[in-house]
Design a binder for this molecule. Structure first.
Ligand code: GLY
Length: 284
């Protein structure tokens, strides 16, 4: 079994072995960026690099970023407490390419790490890609769809197209953005928490706990300007984000992120102090 510490260090080491520089987590309060209240993704600290305003000494980076999602475009406040896999504060594992490798390597390495290193059953994994948008003329990401079946053994039936809401990632109302490709895991029919919802059908992006997004691979190519228009960036970048708490739940065979070693020491201490026994985050 992987402890959360091992999941984190394995992720960083995997990407260091592939030429990535480890960059420590930035503080959760952004420095010099008034477009965000809190850091909401690993890529925030690299914003000026994406915009071509600064050039780092390295072209590949990896880290584990502390994130808070309680406001703005990425606000998980409404989900927290209602499901087993959203948090206001969480850690995002990520790898970045600054005008270096692009979609093929990002997809191949994410698959390799999940299935060969963390040993997640490949038959449980699904991928999604951007279906494009006629209203703004953005193209479907057929390139990413083709790469999934070229550089990984995933069958094409498990590569699905979705729209802007799920497969076009933006850091905020403005800033670097681009189409993305997500990796979801099917945890099996017993994990569905929407069986009581009329007409619910378990599927990727159907909002139930059976299918959970583990990792988002963003292909940053645009800057969203303050007036809402998209400006093409002079270079292409990779920006990925994987949920440490979600990967821990999968690798530790827990039905809830709260039952992993990231939360249980805190929950146990609270149970001790209050004299209330903790049963499971799945029981109310
Ligand atoms: N920047 C990628 C993500 O937050 O999903």
């Amino acid at each position: 079994m992987f402890t959360s510490k091992e999941i984190r260090s394995t992720f960083i080491d995997f990407f260091k072995d592939r030429g990535h520089q480890f960059v420590p987590s930035a503080p959760v309060v952004p420095i010099g960026d008034e477009t965000l209240l809190f850091i909401n993704a690993g890529m925030n600290q690299f914003k000026d690099i994406f915009l071509g305003m600064t050039k780092p000494d390295y072209t590949r980076a990896a880290n584990s970023q502390k994130c808070i999602r309680v406001s703005g475009k990425h606000n998980d406040l409404e989900e927290v407490g209602l499901d087993t896999y959203h948090h206001t504060f969480f850690e995002m594992l990520g790898n970045w390419s600054f005008d270096d490798y692009f979609k093929a390597e990002a997809i191949e390495w994410a698959w390799e790490l999940l299935t060969k290193v963390y040993s997640i059953d490949p038959d449980k994994l699904w991928a999604t890609v951007y279906e494009g948008d006629q209203t703004d003329g953005s193209d479907p990401d057929h390139e990413a769809a083709a790469l999934w079946t070229k550089v990984t053994p995933i069958p094409k039936e498990r590569v699905l197209y979705f729209g802007k809401k799920d497969n076009f990632w933006e850091m905020g109302a403005s800033g670097p953005c681009g189409p993305c490709s997500e990796i979801h895991i099917d945890l099996g029919p017993d994990m569905c928490d929407r069986k009581h919802v009329a007409g619910h059908k378990c599927a990727v992006n159907s909002g139930c706990a059976r299918f959970i997004e583990l990792w988002n691979l963003v292909f940053i190519q645009f800057n969203r300007l303050g007036d809402g228009t998209l400006e093409k960036l002079p270079a292409r970048y990779i920006d990925t984000g994987a949920g440490l708490e979600r990967i821990a739940a999968v690798l530790q065979n827990k039905q809830s992120n709260y039952d992993t070693d990231l939360f249980m020491p805190i929950i146990d201490a609270i149970a001790d102090l209050t004299g209330h026994e903790y049963t499971s985050s799945l029981e109310s």
